[in-house]
Design a protein around this ligand. Structure first.
Ligand code: PGA
Length: 235
C-alpha cells in the first residue's frame, strides 16, 4: 500500500530532516515494505537518500523563468525530486488553481516521468446535492489528465473532510473509491482527517490502496504507526 504524509506549511528544514530520518530508521528497523511518500514544505526540500519518496507539494509547469513565488523543475532536479502532488484542494480552493493549470502541470511533470499524486474531491455543498452531482463534479477533475499514466496515483480527498476531523462513512469511502476506480486503474488513496485510530478501518476499505495524511501524520510516531498498520493489513 501507499502511505503518504503531506506536511503542508509545517516544520522547519531541521525538523523535516529529522522527520525523514526517523521514518527511514523506522523502515530500516522494521523491514516494512510499503511505498512511503513525504511532501515537505518547499523551503525544506533537500537531497534525501533512502526508501522514502520525497515529493514537492506544488511546482510550476516550467523549468525556470519569471514566476514569482513559484519553483520549477530545475529547483526540484537540484534535489533529485521526481514526485509531485498536483491539485490538492488547498491549491484548488485557497490558491484558486483551475483545472486548466492543473492539467498543464500534470502534462509537464508527466513528460519528465514524475510520480504524480493527483488529488480530487468535492466540497460540502456539492456533496449535499446528491450522488449524481458529486460524481459528475469528481469526473470533471479527471478531465484532461492521462488516467493511464504509469506513474499516476490518485488521491480522493473530500474537501469538507480535510483538516476538520470529519470523514465519510467507511461504506461511502468504499463506494466512491470503487466508482472512481472505473475511471482509472491507478492506485487510489483516501485523504481527509485520517488519524491514527481511523487509519486501520480506512486502509481496510475495499478500493482503498493507501492514505494521504496531513495533521494526523505531523507527529512522526503517528505516521510510522500508520505505515505499520498498512504493512499489517497488506492486501
Ligand atoms: P488532513 O489533511 O489529514 O489534515 O485532513 C489531508 C490532506 O490535506 O492531504
Amino acid at each position: 500500500m501507499i502511505v503518504a504524509s503531506n506536511l503542508k506549511t509545517n516544520l522547519t528544514r531541521a525538523q523535516t530532516s529529522s522527520y525523514l530520518m526517523d521514518v527511514e530508521n523506522f523502515l530500516d528497523k522494521t523491514n516494512v515494505k510499503q511505498e512511503v511518500l513525504v511532501f515537505p514544505a518547499q523551503s525544506s526540500l533537500a537531497v534525501h537518500a533512502g526508501q522514502i519518496y520525497q515529493g514537492a507539494q506544488n511546482a510550476y509547469p516550467a523549468k525556470n523563468g519569471a514566476f514569482t513565488g513559484e519553483i520549477g523543475s530545475e529547483q526540484l532536479e537540484e534535489f533529485s525530486i521526481n514526485t509531485i502532488l498536483i491539485g490538492h484542494s488547498e491549491r484548488r480552493h485557497i490558491l484558486g488553481e483551475a483545472q486548466t493549470l492543473l492539467v498543464e502541470k500534470f502534462h509537464y511533470y508527466k513528460n519528465l516521468g514524475f510520480k504524480i499524486v493527483f488529488c480530487v474531491g468535492e466540497p460540502l455543498e456539492i456533496r449535499e446535492e446528491g450522488e449524481g452531482v458529486m460524481m459528475k463534479y469528481l469526473e470533471l477533475q479527471y478531465e484532461g489528465i492521462d488516467t493511464s499514466y504509469e506513474n499516476l496515483i490518485i488521491a480522493y480527498e473530500p474537501v469538507w473532510a480535510i483538516g476538520t476531523g470529519l470523514t465519510p462513512t467507511l461504506e461511502d469511502i468504499s463506494k466512491i473509491h470503487l466508482a472512481l476506480k472505473e475511471k482509472s486503474s491507478a492506485p487510489l488513496l483516501y485523504g481527509g482527517s485520517v488519524k491514527i485510530d481511523t487509519a486501520k478501518d480506512i486502509l481496510a476499505c475495499e478500493g482503498v490502496d493507501g492514505v494521504l495524511v496531513g495533521s494526523g501524520a505531523l507527529a512522526v510516531e503517528n505516521f510510522c504507526q500508520m505505515i505499520r498498520i498498512a504493512q499489517d493489513l497488506e492486501k
